[in-house]
Write a protein that binds this ligand. Sequence first.
Ligand code: ADP
Ligand code: 5GP
Length: 190
Amino acid sequence: MTAQGTVKNGRLFVISGPSGCGKSTLCREILRRTEARLSISATTRPRSKNETDGVDYYFLSEKEFKDKIDADEFLEYAQVFENYYGTPAQPVMEKLKDGQTIILEIDVQGAIQVFSRFPETIGILVLPPNREILQQRISRRGRDDEDTIRKRLTKAEWEIEQAKSSKNFKYMVVNDDLDEAIEKMVQIIE
Ligand code: ADP
Ligand code: 5GP
């Protein structure tokens, strides 16, 4: 997927924001309350015990992932915390052609690739109320050791700066009170 294109009849949203700010929690509710559908990403990161292959992610080996890069099967991909993450292009393009609303929940590097390929993409940046709360949320999720938590916090600052300088992130939603944030996201998407 190298050429610039259009999303035809469907609408394409990108939801980005630092790891732990609440993107998955918000997306779960958006899927319940709207007709939007979430693209399932591929990743080389190990599956954690509460995740299901083909539901949360397609969990691939590095070789499998790189073969898909070579076969040009990703709409975008990026290396995040030493692992690869990418959006399989075909299902997204088919659903957009079919007029569906698609959400990509991806990091800012990936979002910028999607914006340059599909300029009409609508970006929503989800922000934590502050760094301390972000740290608590990452810890409470119970998935990461101390070192990974530190890396996620360092990346968060860089990611927020990058996103704020992109004009495609038209909306910013601070995920403080969960119900209010859900309401805002649903309004934007509808
Ligand atoms: P992300 O997908 O951005 O990495 P998650 O959705 O996994 O983040 O959320 C990280 C943690 O924060 C989870 O334990 C989740 O339940 C919690 N969380 C999400 N939104 C809120 C909120 N508004 N208030 C309090 N806790 C929240
Ligand atoms: P996690 O390991 O916490 O599930 O995800 C780590 C980061 O990777 C998050 O910022 C998430 O948005 C991002 N991510 C998930 N899927 C994709 C994808 O397909 N492409 C890109 N570029 N980032 C992704």
